[in-house]
Design a protein around this ligand. Structure first.
Ligand SMILES: *[C@@H]1O[C@H](CO)[C@@H](O)[C@H](O)[C@H]1NC(C)=O
Ligand SMILES: *[C@@H]1O[C@H](CO)[C@@H](O)[C@H](O)[C@H]1NC(C)=O
Ligand SMILES: *[C@@H]1O[C@H](CO)[C@@H](O)[C@H](O)[C@H]1NC(C)=O
Ligand SMILES: *[C@@H]1O[C@H](CO)[C@@H](O)[C@H](O)[C@H]1NC(C)=O
Ligand SMILES: *[C@@H]1O[C@H](CO)[C@@H](O)[C@H](O)[C@H]1NC(C)=O
Length: 382
Protein backbone atom coordinates (compact mmCIF):
# COMPACT_ATOMS: atom_id res chain seq x y z
CA UNK A 1 0.00 0.00 0.00
CA UNK A 2 2.73 2.40 1.03
CA UNK A 3 4.77 1.65 -2.07
CA UNK A 4 1.72 2.12 -4.27
CA UNK A 5 1.20 5.52 -2.68
CA UNK A 6 4.84 6.39 -3.20
CA UNK A 7 4.65 5.24 -6.79
CA UNK A 8 1.57 7.37 -7.41
CA UNK A 9 3.28 10.33 -5.81
CA UNK A 10 6.38 9.90 -7.95
CA UNK A 11 4.22 9.52 -11.03
CA UNK A 12 2.34 12.71 -10.20
CA UNK A 13 5.63 14.52 -9.60
CA UNK A 14 7.01 13.24 -12.88
CA UNK A 15 4.01 14.36 -14.89
CA UNK A 16 3.64 17.68 -13.19
CA UNK A 17 7.10 18.62 -14.43
CA UNK A 18 7.13 19.91 -17.93
CA UNK A 19 10.06 19.06 -20.14
CA UNK A 20 11.28 22.32 -21.66
CA UNK A 21 10.80 22.37 -25.44
CA UNK A 22 13.67 24.17 -27.20
CA UNK A 23 13.43 26.38 -30.29
CA UNK A 24 15.61 25.11 -33.13
CA UNK A 25 16.42 27.25 -36.17
CA UNK A 26 16.25 25.36 -39.47
CA UNK A 27 18.80 26.24 -42.14
CA UNK A 28 16.74 27.06 -45.23
CA UNK A 29 17.38 28.77 -48.58
CA UNK A 30 16.29 32.37 -49.21
CA UNK A 31 12.98 31.35 -50.73
CA UNK A 32 11.98 29.53 -47.53
CA UNK A 33 12.06 32.28 -44.93
CA UNK A 34 9.79 34.10 -42.48
CA UNK A 35 8.10 37.41 -43.38
CA UNK A 36 11.21 39.42 -42.43
CA UNK A 37 13.63 37.07 -44.19
CA UNK A 38 14.82 35.26 -41.04
CA UNK A 39 15.20 31.47 -41.04
CA UNK A 40 12.20 29.56 -39.67
CA UNK A 41 12.36 27.48 -36.51
CA UNK A 42 10.59 24.63 -34.76
CA UNK A 43 9.91 23.45 -31.23
CA UNK A 44 10.67 19.74 -30.88
CA UNK A 45 10.29 17.27 -28.01
CA UNK A 46 11.26 13.62 -28.56
CA UNK A 47 8.68 11.18 -27.17
CA UNK A 48 9.11 7.77 -25.59
CA UNK A 49 7.17 6.34 -28.49
CA UNK A 50 9.71 7.01 -31.24
CA UNK A 51 7.54 5.98 -34.16
CA UNK A 52 4.59 8.31 -33.65
CA UNK A 53 4.74 12.05 -34.22
CA UNK A 54 2.26 14.84 -33.63
CA UNK A 55 2.91 17.84 -35.87
CA UNK A 56 1.13 21.00 -34.82
CA UNK A 57 0.87 24.09 -37.02
CA UNK A 58 0.46 27.18 -34.90
CA UNK A 59 -2.61 29.35 -35.53
CA UNK A 60 -2.79 33.16 -35.66
CA UNK A 61 -4.97 34.61 -38.39
CA UNK A 62 -3.62 35.89 -41.67
CA UNK A 63 -2.56 39.53 -41.97
CA UNK A 64 -5.84 41.38 -42.26
CA UNK A 65 -7.20 44.59 -43.73
CA UNK A 66 -9.79 45.91 -46.19
CA UNK A 67 -7.28 46.63 -48.99
CA UNK A 68 -4.10 45.03 -50.30
CA UNK A 69 -2.06 47.95 -48.90
CA UNK A 70 -3.64 47.50 -45.46
CA UNK A 71 -2.88 43.79 -45.54
CA UNK A 72 0.73 44.47 -46.52
CA UNK A 73 1.06 47.09 -43.79
CA UNK A 74 -0.30 44.58 -41.27
CA UNK A 75 2.23 41.98 -42.45
CA UNK A 76 4.99 44.59 -42.31
CA UNK A 77 4.15 45.31 -38.66
CA UNK A 78 4.07 41.58 -38.04
CA UNK A 79 7.58 41.18 -39.43
CA UNK A 80 8.86 42.89 -36.26
CA UNK A 81 7.16 40.35 -33.96
CA UNK A 82 7.47 36.64 -33.22
CA UNK A 83 4.65 35.81 -35.65
CA UNK A 84 6.66 37.32 -38.51
CA UNK A 85 10.23 36.65 -37.51
CA UNK A 86 12.27 34.00 -35.68
CA UNK A 87 14.35 36.79 -34.13
CA UNK A 88 11.63 37.39 -31.56
CA UNK A 89 10.84 33.77 -30.69
CA UNK A 90 11.67 32.71 -27.13
CA UNK A 91 14.31 29.97 -27.02
CA UNK A 92 11.89 27.66 -25.20
CA UNK A 93 8.20 27.04 -25.79
CA UNK A 94 6.17 28.95 -23.17
CA UNK A 95 5.80 26.32 -20.44
CA UNK A 96 2.41 27.62 -19.30
CA UNK A 97 1.16 26.81 -22.79
CA UNK A 98 2.15 23.14 -22.60
CA UNK A 99 -1.50 22.19 -22.22
CA UNK A 100 -4.10 20.11 -24.05
CA UNK A 101 -2.55 17.86 -26.72
CA UNK A 102 0.94 19.12 -25.75
CA UNK A 103 0.77 17.62 -22.25
CA UNK A 104 3.08 14.74 -21.45
CA UNK A 105 0.20 12.96 -19.71
CA UNK A 106 -2.25 13.32 -22.62
CA UNK A 107 -3.81 9.89 -23.17
CA UNK A 108 -3.21 9.94 -26.92
CA UNK A 109 -0.20 12.09 -27.66
CA UNK A 110 1.66 12.24 -24.34
CA UNK A 111 4.31 9.72 -25.38
CA UNK A 112 4.52 10.78 -29.04
CA UNK A 113 7.21 12.99 -30.53
CA UNK A 114 5.92 16.56 -30.61
CA UNK A 115 6.80 19.01 -33.37
CA UNK A 116 5.30 22.48 -33.02
CA UNK A 117 5.76 24.64 -36.10
CA UNK A 118 5.39 28.32 -35.18
CA UNK A 119 3.80 30.53 -37.77
CA UNK A 120 5.93 33.35 -39.18
CA UNK A 121 4.23 33.99 -42.50
CA UNK A 122 0.72 35.42 -42.14
CA UNK A 123 -0.88 33.91 -45.23
CA UNK A 124 -2.62 30.73 -43.99
CA UNK A 125 0.36 28.49 -44.83
CA UNK A 126 -0.25 28.97 -48.54
CA UNK A 127 2.34 31.50 -49.67
CA UNK A 128 5.22 31.22 -52.10
CA UNK A 129 6.08 34.73 -53.21
CA UNK A 130 8.10 37.77 -52.15
CA UNK A 131 6.62 41.26 -52.19
CA UNK A 132 8.47 44.62 -52.04
CA UNK A 133 6.94 46.88 -49.41
CA UNK A 134 8.31 50.14 -48.01
CA UNK A 135 12.03 49.67 -47.43
CA UNK A 136 11.94 45.91 -47.31
CA UNK A 137 10.93 42.58 -48.83
CA UNK A 138 8.08 40.63 -47.26
CA UNK A 139 8.45 36.89 -47.67
CA UNK A 140 5.28 34.82 -47.99
CA UNK A 141 6.98 31.46 -48.06
CA UNK A 142 5.12 28.94 -45.91
CA UNK A 143 5.13 26.31 -48.65
CA UNK A 144 8.89 26.03 -48.92
CA UNK A 145 9.37 26.51 -45.16
CA UNK A 146 7.16 23.49 -44.46
CA UNK A 147 8.83 21.40 -47.16
CA UNK A 148 12.23 22.22 -45.60
CA UNK A 149 11.02 21.48 -42.08
CA UNK A 150 9.56 18.10 -43.10
CA UNK A 151 12.87 17.36 -44.83
CA UNK A 152 14.76 18.26 -41.64
CA UNK A 153 12.50 15.88 -39.69
CA UNK A 154 13.19 13.07 -42.15
CA UNK A 155 16.97 13.57 -41.96
CA UNK A 156 17.25 14.21 -38.22
CA UNK A 157 14.33 12.38 -36.61
CA UNK A 158 13.55 9.42 -38.91
CA UNK A 159 10.12 10.80 -39.78
CA UNK A 160 9.92 8.37 -42.71
CA UNK A 161 10.08 5.42 -40.31
CA UNK A 162 7.08 6.60 -38.30
CA UNK A 163 4.02 4.39 -38.06
CA UNK A 164 1.68 7.31 -37.34
CA UNK A 165 1.94 10.98 -38.08
CA UNK A 166 -0.89 13.30 -37.14
CA UNK A 167 -0.85 16.76 -38.65
CA UNK A 168 -2.85 19.13 -36.53
CA UNK A 169 -3.30 22.84 -36.00
CA UNK A 170 -5.81 25.40 -34.82
CA UNK A 171 -7.47 28.13 -36.84
CA UNK A 172 -5.02 29.15 -39.62
CA UNK A 173 -3.01 26.09 -38.54
CA UNK A 174 -6.06 23.94 -39.30
CA UNK A 175 -6.15 25.45 -42.80
CA UNK A 176 -2.53 24.33 -43.07
CA UNK A 177 -3.41 20.78 -41.99
CA UNK A 178 -6.10 20.52 -44.67
CA UNK A 179 -3.75 21.85 -47.37
CA UNK A 180 -0.72 19.68 -46.57
CA UNK A 181 -2.47 16.38 -45.76
CA UNK A 182 -1.97 14.75 -49.17
CA UNK A 183 1.53 16.14 -49.55
CA UNK A 184 2.69 14.73 -46.23
CA UNK A 185 1.17 11.32 -46.97
CA UNK A 186 3.01 11.17 -50.31
CA UNK A 187 6.23 12.25 -48.60
CA UNK A 188 5.86 9.45 -46.00
CA UNK A 189 4.61 6.47 -47.99
CA UNK A 190 5.11 3.94 -45.17
CA UNK A 191 3.34 6.05 -42.57
CA UNK A 192 -0.33 6.36 -41.68
CA UNK A 193 -0.79 10.13 -42.03
CA UNK A 194 -3.96 11.72 -40.67
CA UNK A 195 -5.06 15.22 -39.81
CA UNK A 196 -6.77 16.70 -36.74
CA UNK A 197 -7.72 20.27 -37.72
CA UNK A 198 -9.22 22.41 -34.95
CA UNK A 199 -11.43 25.48 -35.43
CA UNK A 200 -10.54 25.98 -39.09
CA UNK A 201 -13.63 25.01 -41.05
CA UNK A 202 -14.65 28.52 -42.07
CA UNK A 203 -17.68 29.23 -44.21
CA UNK A 204 -16.97 31.32 -47.29
CA UNK A 205 -18.88 34.47 -46.51
CA UNK A 206 -19.52 37.35 -46.24
CA UNK A 207 -17.83 39.35 -49.02
CA UNK A 208 -14.91 40.89 -47.06
CA UNK A 209 -13.72 37.50 -45.82
CA UNK A 210 -13.90 36.07 -49.30
CA UNK A 211 -11.93 39.05 -50.59
CA UNK A 212 -9.20 38.62 -48.01
CA UNK A 213 -8.80 34.96 -48.83
CA UNK A 214 -8.80 35.85 -52.53
CA UNK A 215 -6.15 38.50 -52.04
CA UNK A 216 -3.95 35.85 -50.51
CA UNK A 217 -4.82 33.57 -53.38
CA UNK A 218 -3.38 36.20 -55.69
CA UNK A 219 -0.23 36.75 -53.65
CA UNK A 220 0.61 33.14 -53.53
CA UNK A 221 -0.51 31.92 -56.89
CA UNK A 222 2.36 30.09 -58.50
CA UNK A 223 3.33 26.74 -59.89
CA UNK A 224 4.88 25.45 -56.71
CA UNK A 225 1.52 25.17 -54.94
CA UNK A 226 0.61 22.55 -57.51
CA UNK A 227 3.21 20.28 -55.97
CA UNK A 228 1.64 20.83 -52.53
CA UNK A 229 -2.00 20.19 -53.33
CA UNK A 230 -2.31 19.13 -56.99
CA UNK A 231 -5.53 17.21 -56.33
CA UNK A 232 -7.47 20.41 -55.63
CA UNK A 233 -9.23 21.05 -58.92
CA UNK A 234 -9.53 24.81 -58.33
CA UNK A 235 -5.73 25.10 -58.79
CA UNK A 236 -5.98 26.07 -62.41
CA UNK A 237 -9.07 28.18 -62.25
CA UNK A 238 -8.03 31.83 -61.91
CA UNK A 239 -9.96 33.56 -59.17
CA UNK A 240 -11.33 30.31 -57.77
CA UNK A 241 -7.83 29.35 -56.67
CA UNK A 242 -8.50 30.52 -53.10
CA UNK A 243 -10.95 27.64 -52.68
CA UNK A 244 -7.97 25.29 -52.26
CA UNK A 245 -7.27 27.10 -48.97
CA UNK A 246 -10.79 26.59 -47.59
CA UNK A 247 -11.89 23.09 -46.51
CA UNK A 248 -15.48 23.97 -47.37
CA UNK A 249 -14.38 23.41 -50.99
CA UNK A 250 -11.20 21.38 -50.71
CA UNK A 251 -12.49 18.56 -48.48
CA UNK A 252 -13.40 16.31 -51.38
CA UNK A 253 -9.80 16.34 -52.64
CA UNK A 254 -8.27 15.39 -49.29
CA UNK A 255 -7.15 11.77 -49.36
CA UNK A 256 -6.04 11.22 -45.77
CA UNK A 257 -8.47 10.69 -42.91
CA UNK A 258 -9.42 13.66 -40.79
CA UNK A 259 -10.92 14.39 -37.39
CA UNK A 260 -12.61 17.80 -37.43
CA UNK A 261 -12.78 19.67 -34.12
CA UNK A 262 -14.69 22.86 -33.59
CA UNK A 263 -17.58 24.85 -32.24
CA UNK A 264 -20.82 25.12 -34.21
CA UNK A 265 -20.68 28.79 -33.21
CA UNK A 266 -16.99 29.57 -33.64
CA UNK A 267 -16.64 32.90 -31.87
CA UNK A 268 -13.56 34.03 -33.77
CA UNK A 269 -15.57 33.73 -36.98
CA UNK A 270 -18.51 35.51 -35.34
CA UNK A 271 -16.26 38.34 -34.19
CA UNK A 272 -13.91 38.85 -37.12
CA UNK A 273 -15.82 37.57 -40.12
CA UNK A 274 -19.35 38.55 -39.10
CA UNK A 275 -18.52 41.54 -36.85
CA UNK A 276 -20.87 40.36 -34.11
CA UNK A 277 -20.29 42.38 -30.90
CA UNK A 278 -21.84 39.81 -28.51
CA UNK A 279 -19.56 37.00 -29.80
CA UNK A 280 -18.45 36.32 -26.22
CA UNK A 281 -21.87 36.59 -24.55
CA UNK A 282 -24.56 35.06 -26.73
CA UNK A 283 -27.00 35.51 -23.86
CA UNK A 284 -26.57 39.27 -24.21
CA UNK A 285 -27.25 39.39 -27.96
CA UNK A 286 -30.38 41.12 -29.21
CA UNK A 287 -32.98 38.65 -30.54
CA UNK A 288 -32.13 39.30 -34.18
CA UNK A 289 -28.42 38.68 -33.67
CA UNK A 290 -29.08 35.58 -31.60
CA UNK A 291 -31.30 34.33 -34.42
CA UNK A 292 -28.43 34.90 -36.86
CA UNK A 293 -26.03 32.95 -34.63
CA UNK A 294 -28.47 30.06 -34.29
CA UNK A 295 -29.02 30.02 -38.05
CA UNK A 296 -25.27 30.05 -38.59
CA UNK A 297 -24.95 26.99 -36.35
CA UNK A 298 -27.70 25.17 -38.28
CA UNK A 299 -26.07 25.94 -41.64
CA UNK A 300 -22.72 24.76 -40.30
CA UNK A 301 -24.22 21.57 -38.89
CA UNK A 302 -25.95 20.69 -42.19
CA UNK A 303 -22.85 21.34 -44.24
CA UNK A 304 -20.62 19.23 -41.98
CA UNK A 305 -23.17 16.41 -41.74
CA UNK A 306 -23.33 16.20 -45.53
CA UNK A 307 -19.56 16.15 -45.86
CA UNK A 308 -19.07 13.56 -43.13
CA UNK A 309 -21.61 11.30 -44.84
CA UNK A 310 -19.17 11.05 -47.77
CA UNK A 311 -16.21 10.34 -45.47
CA UNK A 312 -17.08 7.37 -43.25
CA UNK A 313 -13.58 7.16 -41.72
CA UNK A 314 -13.48 10.80 -40.77
CA UNK A 315 -14.37 11.77 -37.25
CA UNK A 316 -15.74 14.94 -35.74
CA UNK A 317 -16.40 16.71 -32.46
CA UNK A 318 -18.50 19.79 -33.07
CA UNK A 319 -20.16 21.24 -30.02
CA UNK A 320 -23.00 23.74 -29.49
CA UNK A 321 -20.95 26.17 -27.43
CA UNK A 322 -18.97 29.27 -28.35
CA UNK A 323 -15.18 29.04 -28.53
CA UNK A 324 -12.23 29.11 -30.89
CA UNK A 325 -8.96 27.12 -30.66
CA UNK A 326 -9.47 24.22 -28.38
CA UNK A 327 -6.99 21.38 -28.44
CA UNK A 328 -3.90 23.24 -27.21
CA UNK A 329 -5.65 24.20 -23.98
CA UNK A 330 -7.03 22.19 -21.09
CA UNK A 331 -10.59 22.90 -22.27
CA UNK A 332 -9.87 19.93 -24.51
CA UNK A 333 -10.36 17.56 -21.56
CA UNK A 334 -12.79 19.72 -19.55
CA UNK A 335 -15.76 17.63 -18.38
CA UNK A 336 -18.14 20.53 -19.03
CA UNK A 337 -17.44 20.25 -22.76
CA UNK A 338 -19.03 16.99 -23.87
CA UNK A 339 -21.32 15.84 -26.70
CA UNK A 340 -24.04 15.27 -25.57
CA UNK A 341 -23.98 17.13 -22.25
CA UNK A 342 -23.09 15.06 -19.19
CA UNK A 343 -21.55 12.26 -21.28
CA UNK A 344 -17.93 11.06 -21.30
CA UNK A 345 -17.35 12.44 -24.78
CA UNK A 346 -14.92 15.26 -24.21
CA UNK A 347 -12.84 16.41 -27.15
CA UNK A 348 -9.90 14.49 -25.75
CA UNK A 349 -11.86 11.26 -25.28
CA UNK A 350 -13.30 11.49 -28.79
CA UNK A 351 -9.95 12.13 -30.46
CA UNK A 352 -8.42 9.25 -28.54
CA UNK A 353 -11.18 6.87 -29.66
CA UNK A 354 -10.74 7.91 -33.26
CA UNK A 355 -6.94 7.76 -33.24
CA UNK A 356 -7.02 4.30 -31.64
CA UNK A 357 -10.08 2.68 -33.25
CA UNK A 358 -10.89 4.67 -36.32
CA UNK A 359 -12.44 1.77 -38.24
CA UNK A 360 -14.51 0.18 -35.48
CA UNK A 361 -17.51 2.46 -35.33
CA UNK A 362 -18.56 5.91 -36.24
CA UNK A 363 -16.75 8.68 -34.38
CA UNK A 364 -18.74 11.49 -35.88
CA UNK A 365 -20.05 13.63 -33.06
CA UNK A 366 -22.07 16.72 -33.92
CA UNK A 367 -24.02 18.25 -31.06
CA UNK A 368 -27.68 17.81 -31.96
CA UNK A 369 -28.88 20.28 -29.34
CA UNK A 370 -28.70 23.91 -30.48
CA UNK A 371 -27.36 26.64 -28.21
CA UNK A 372 -27.90 27.03 -25.23
CA UNK A 373 -29.08 23.49 -24.45
CA UNK A 374 -25.61 22.12 -23.76
CA UNK A 375 -25.86 24.01 -20.51
CA UNK A 376 -22.61 22.88 -18.92
CA UNK A 377 -20.61 24.89 -21.47
CA UNK A 378 -23.21 27.26 -22.94
CA UNK A 379 -22.11 30.20 -20.80
CA UNK A 380 -18.38 29.62 -20.97
CA UNK A 381 -16.36 31.24 -23.73
CA UNK A 382 -12.73 31.23 -24.67
C1 LIG B 1 3.09 32.40 -21.44
O1 LIG B 1 1.75 31.95 -21.52
C2 LIG B 1 0.89 32.53 -20.56
C3 LIG B 1 -0.46 31.84 -20.69
O2 LIG B 1 -0.94 31.91 -22.00
C4 LIG B 1 0.81 34.03 -20.77
O3 LIG B 1 -0.02 34.63 -19.81
C5 LIG B 1 2.21 34.62 -20.70
O4 LIG B 1 2.16 35.97 -21.02
C6 LIG B 1 3.15 33.90 -21.64
N1 LIG B 1 4.50 34.36 -21.43
C7 LIG B 1 5.26 34.85 -22.39
C8 LIG B 1 6.63 35.25 -22.01
O5 LIG B 1 4.86 34.98 -23.55
C1 LIG C 1 12.97 49.96 -42.52
O1 LIG C 1 12.44 50.99 -41.71
C2 LIG C 1 12.16 50.61 -40.37
C3 LIG C 1 11.44 51.75 -39.67
O2 LIG C 1 12.03 52.98 -39.97
C4 LIG C 1 13.46 50.21 -39.67
O3 LIG C 1 13.20 49.83 -38.34
C5 LIG C 1 14.07 49.05 -40.43
O4 LIG C 1 15.32 48.71 -39.87
C6 LIG C 1 14.26 49.40 -41.90
N1 LIG C 1 14.65 48.20 -42.61
C7 LIG C 1 15.62 48.16 -43.48
C8 LIG C 1 15.88 46.85 -44.15
O5 LIG C 1 16.33 49.13 -43.74
C1 LIG D 1 -13.90 27.94 -62.89
O1 LIG D 1 -14.59 28.93 -62.15
C2 LIG D 1 -15.74 29.47 -62.78
C3 LIG D 1 -16.25 30.58 -61.89
O2 LIG D 1 -16.50 30.14 -60.58
C4 LIG D 1 -16.75 28.36 -62.99
O3 LIG D 1 -17.88 28.86 -63.67
C5 LIG D 1 -16.11 27.23 -63.82
O4 LIG D 1 -17.01 26.15 -63.92
C6 LIG D 1 -14.83 26.76 -63.15
N1 LIG D 1 -14.17 25.77 -63.98
C7 LIG D 1 -13.67 24.64 -63.46
C8 LIG D 1 -12.96 23.74 -64.44
O5 LIG D 1 -13.74 24.33 -62.29
C1 LIG E 1 -18.07 23.32 -15.00
O1 LIG E 1 -18.93 24.45 -14.95
C2 LIG E 1 -19.37 24.79 -13.63
C3 LIG E 1 -20.37 25.90 -13.76
O2 LIG E 1 -19.90 26.95 -14.56
C4 LIG E 1 -18.17 25.17 -12.80
O3 LIG E 1 -18.56 25.47 -11.49
C5 LIG E 1 -17.16 24.01 -12.78
O4 LIG E 1 -16.00 24.39 -12.10
C6 LIG E 1 -16.82 23.59 -14.20
N1 LIG E 1 -16.00 22.38 -14.19
C7 LIG E 1 -14.82 22.32 -14.78
C8 LIG E 1 -14.12 21.00 -14.73
O5 LIG E 1 -14.33 23.26 -15.37
C1 LIG F 1 -28.68 18.37 -21.01
O1 LIG F 1 -29.38 18.46 -22.24
C2 LIG F 1 -30.76 18.22 -22.14
C3 LIG F 1 -31.35 18.23 -23.52
O2 LIG F 1 -31.20 19.48 -24.11
C4 LIG F 1 -31.39 19.26 -21.23
O3 LIG F 1 -32.78 19.01 -21.08
C5 LIG F 1 -30.72 19.23 -19.88
O4 LIG F 1 -31.19 20.31 -19.08
C6 LIG F 1 -29.21 19.37 -20.03
N1 LIG F 1 -28.59 19.15 -18.73
C7 LIG F 1 -27.68 19.96 -18.26
C8 LIG F 1 -27.16 19.65 -16.90
O5 LIG F 1 -27.24 20.89 -18.90
Amino acid sequence: MKSLLLFTLLLALFFSQKTPIPFIIIDTPENARCLDGSKPGIYYRAGQNKRNTLIYLEGVGNCAGPTVDDILENCYQRSFTQIGSSKYRPSFFNSSEIEGIFREDDITFGRWNLLIIPTCEGATYAGDASVQYKNTTLHFRAQRMLVNIFDYMIKNHELKLNHNVILSGSSAGALGAYQYANFLQKLLPLTDVRIVPDSGFFLDSPEPFQQIVQVFGNFIKNDHYKTIFPECKYQNNGSDFYKCILPKYSWEFIQTDAFIIGSLYDNWALQYIYQIPCYNHFDQCDPETLQFILQYGETYKKLLSNILAFKPNWGSWLISCGFHDFIQSDWYSNKNFTIPNNSKNTGQYSVDQWVSYRFLKSKQRIDSDPYPNNKNCAYQYK
